[in-house]
Design a protein around this ligand. Structure first.
Ligand SMILES: Cc1cc2nc3c(=O)[nH]c(=O)nc-3n(C[C@H](O)[C@H](O)[C@H](O)COP(=O)(O)OP(=O)(O)OC[C@H]3O[C@@H](n4cnc5c(N)ncnc54)[C@H](O)[C@@H]3O)c2cc1C
Length: 246
């Protein structure tokens, strides 16, 4: 008897808005009819709408909008694989994945390669530190849900230790954000909001108006330099009203 031919393997790397939507739609259109097998790969187990990462990080929005990729793939009938994409073997048509560990360095997914017939790379963009010495070791980036969670935990910890006096004689908290693009500007405003929330929730030391300095550092001559000057000017005015030093 002739062997039924296997449906083509469509592998999508990156479960951001682009990858997640594509996997869902291809699954509905081709996967359900057995015309293709759809596999989505990401180095994280969950998806969050990237423009909200700064709100998650500041703690002004809960993580309840996080989408579990295991649950989403099950509900929408495509495959999900956890792995960090590192390269492609074009001759053998393999996507190479590095192992993924949890924050305590316990292995979650091994190093492996996935076969593909059609490959879509939807890995988005990442912050660029321009090779500036010290940045990689000392700064927190805000590109992924895991980084947003870490930043939120660090902030809460910092404010609580400030209140208990565990930071010694420090009378002021100084928060500095590098980059006044959309993420930096919105994060600065959210941090001011978060400081107000902390003050209302028992962290009395931050009630003093000058207790928390929020500083935004930008190399370009204005904030949001990719947008028209009128918008930059309005945003800069609003940042000043929020006592954010640019
Ligand atoms: C502050 C801010 C505000 C914004 N506001 C808006 C708005 O109002 N409206 C709007 O339409 N757009 C807005 N955007 C832009 C929007 O966020 C992006 O256009 C969108 O997120 C791009 O989607 P993407 O899927 O291409 O990439 P991303 O969202 O960056 O997703 C990439 C995915 O790939 C994964 N990935 C990356 N590298 C690897 C790897 N090596 N291995 C495995 N997985 C990997 C990541 O984990 C992630 O899940 C905003 C962006 C920001 C930062």
């Amino acid at each position: 008897m002739p062997q039924a031919s296997k449906p083509p393997q469509i592998v999508i790397v990156g479960a951001g808005t682009a990858g997640l939507n594509l996997a869902t739609r291809l699954s509905r259109r081709l996967g359900h009819a057995g015309k293709a097998e759809i596999t989505l790969v990401d180095e994280n187990l969950s998806h969050m709408w990237k423009p909200s990462l700064h709100e998650f990080a500041a703690g002004t929005k809960g993580f309840d909008e996080e989408i579990s990729l295991l649950e989403h793939s099950h509900r929408n009938e495509y495959n999900f694989r956890l792995g960090r994409f590192t390269g492609i073997d074009r001759e053998k048509r393999l996507v190479e994945l590095q192992a993924v560990n949890d924050p305590s360095n316990r292995p979650l997914a091994p190093k492996r390669a996935l076969p593909y017939d059609i490959l879509v790379l939807a890995i988005g963009s990442r912050s660029n530190d321009f090779g500036t010495p010290g940045v990689a070791e000392n700064c927190m980036m805000l590109d992924t849900p895991a980084q947003a969670k870490r930043l939120q935990a660090e902030l809460l910890n910092l404010f609580l230790r400030f209140q208990t006096g565990a930071l010694g004689t420090t009378e002021k908290l100084e928060l500095t954000i590098i980059g006044a693009g959309a993420t930096g500007v919105e994060l600065a405003a959210e941090l001011r909001e978060a400081a107000g929330q902390f003050a209302r929730n028992g962290i009395h030391k931050v009630r003093r108006p000058d207790a928390v300095t929020i500083r935004l550092i930008e190399a370009a001559p204005r904030v949001l330099s990719a947008l028209p000057e009128t918008i930059s000017a309005k945003v800069a005015r609003h940042l000043r009203e929020l006592h954010i030093d640019v």
